[in-house]
Design a protein. Structure first.
Length: 62
């Protein structure tokens, strides 16, 4: 395979998820919750609960 063909293979267009990830805001859970184990997040007039389980996992529920 020649170099031009190989270069075309390695260059892929950005996917929608890649573009969205570039716009993402990174927030540490510890900064968001402080000393709490749960936060209530509002989105489009709805409340969601983000909580840390006893095993240290995150759960987001509506």
């Amino acid at each position: 395979m020649d170099g031009a063909s190989q270069n075309n293979r390695t260059k892929t267009p950005a996917t929608e998820s890649t573009r969205q990830a570039a716009k993402a805001v990174r927030v540490r859970v510890s900064d968001l919750l402080s000393d709490a184990r749960e936060a209530i997040l509002e989105h489009n007039g709805q409340e969601y609960r983000l909580r840390i389980t006893a095993n240290g996992k995150l759960i987001l529920t509506k």
